[in-house]
Design a protein around this ligand. Sequence first.
Ligand SMILES: NC(=O)c1ccc[n+]([C@@H]2O[C@H](COP(=O)([O-])OP(=O)(O)OC[C@H]3O[C@@H](n4cnc5c(N)ncnc54)[C@H](OP(=O)(O)O)[C@@H]3O)[C@@H](O)[C@H]2O)c1
Length: 277
Amino acid sequence: MRTVQLPCGEKVPALGLGTWKMGERGGDKSKEITAVRTAIDLGMTLIDTAEMYAEGGSEKMIGEAIAGRRNEVFLVSKIYPHNAGKANTPVACERSLKRLGTDRIDLYLLHWRDRKPLAETMEAFQKLKAEGKIRHYGVSNLDTDDMEELWGVAGGPLTQVNQVYYNPAARGIEFDLLPWQRKHRVPIMAYSPVDQARLAGDKTLAAIGKRHDATAAQVALAWGLRQPDSIVIPKAVRPEHLKQNVAALDIKLTAEDLAEIDKAFPPPRAKKRLEMT
Ligand SMILES: NC(=O)c1ccc[n+]([C@@H]2O[C@H](COP(=O)([O-])OP(=O)(O)OC[C@H]3O[C@@H](n4cnc5c(N)ncnc54)[C@H](OP(=O)(O)O)[C@@H]3O)[C@@H](O)[C@H]2O)c1
């Protein structure tokens, strides 16, 4: 598995597994558990979840899936902004740890920003880190001005990633956030990399895929993976999707492919507000 180096020096898989909409009531838990285990077997050992996903159901399902295999995975979870204050953070983290069946979260993210001062969240994250409950922390859905502000807060520059919406159809971050993160050496963790399956039916990507014996979804992932400092976290339950996603690591898009993608999905020419799904 290709890796991406975090600012702390630790290397994590460039391709992980997303788990939004997994662990829901009425979902097929056994299929989801199998998907998580298959992802680990295929090398997608970075697993992304959040306390929000199925209100803890995703974390719980992952806990079952990784029982006995905790040391093989790099667990990413996220805290609701309304829990990210001084008093609630340790309680929310403890609940996540319990559901995940572990004593530590590898990377704990602020899911998005509300009115709470970032300084308070950073202080709470640093405390959790000192206690060994989380190994690293980061943020999600923060725009460039938020990142600037974060860099002025104690503990802010220890942020390991910003997890944002990024795929060929959602390129707004390329205007200023991506360059800002590059300058500060903070990797992007790209969520919804196949645009929640919408790109699987895209004609331009399908035509490019034909030249690589690949599907449109694989081309979308290869596009996300083309940059050495991006971590990409598609969600997939179907075994064929999991296998195709790992195979996307081997697709090398040519200059012609990239130009066709730019034509169909033009890069931003001006600042756009950060999009969220
Ligand atoms: N921080 C945030 O605010 C935020 C927001 C959104 C998402 N996320 C994270 O990012 C992860 C990924 O994003 P997402 O779930 O929104 O969307 P996504 O990964 O872009 O799309 C998931 C959908 O694509 C399908 N799919 C996966 N691989 C495929 C392939 N090779 N060919 C065709 N279809 C394929 C999946 O099908 P099957 O499941 O049926 O295989 C599923 O329906 C989430 O699960 C979550 O962990 C974070």
